[in-house]
Design a protein around this ligand. Structure first.
Ligand SMILES: [Cu+2]
Length: 154
């Protein structure tokens, strides 16, 4: 029994729980109808010393989920699929309306729910973030209440 306990302890020491490489804030989907793609928005902060590369994204609440960017050229808006997202060391990446977003085709979700989104990373374990589902005229994850004032100044 003692050797088993020692083995378990050794295993725990050999693989310390890695801190999440990114912090996610303000994650939400703008959901209209199941027949219309839902846009996903979130701010990812990278407190670490190395760039974190996102290589893909998936959710059980979406038929398919992709990184997209909205481009406007000559007054025309179009969306472009983006294969990878880089979150710089000590910096942040914002998915926000009118810019980069998560494109959820064939959404199955409803307002007031939260749904999980899994980001695949080039290195390390996937990151799971819960997204709030909001309606057509929402502008953020907490449109009906002010954000709590507990963010540190940067
Ligand atoms: Cu899109």
């Amino acid at each position: 029994m003692r050797s088993l306990a020692a083995l378990v302890l050794l295993a725990a020491l050999a693989r310390p729980a890695a801190a999440a490489p990114l912090r996610a804030e303000g994650a939400w989907f703008r959901y209209l109808l199941s027949s219309i793609p839902a846009g996903g928005y979130v701010t990812l902060t990278n407190p670490g010393p190395a760039t974190v590369v996102l290589t893909g994204v998936a959710s059980p609440a979406c038929g398919s989920l992709m990184f997209h960017r909205t481009d406007s050229q000559g007054g025309m808006e179009r969306m472009v699929a983006v294969p990878r997202i880089r979150v710089p060391a000590g910096g942040r990446f914002r998915f926000a309306p009118g810019g980069y977003h998560l494109m959820c085709d064939a959404p199955h979700m409803h307002r007031g729910q939260t749904v999980p989104v899994t980001f695949r990373l080039a290195h390390g374990a996937p990151l799971v973030v819960r997204f709030a589902v909001r309606g057509a005229n929402a502008s953020g994850p907490r449109a009906s209440a002010p954000a709590p004032a507990r963010m540190k100044s940067q």
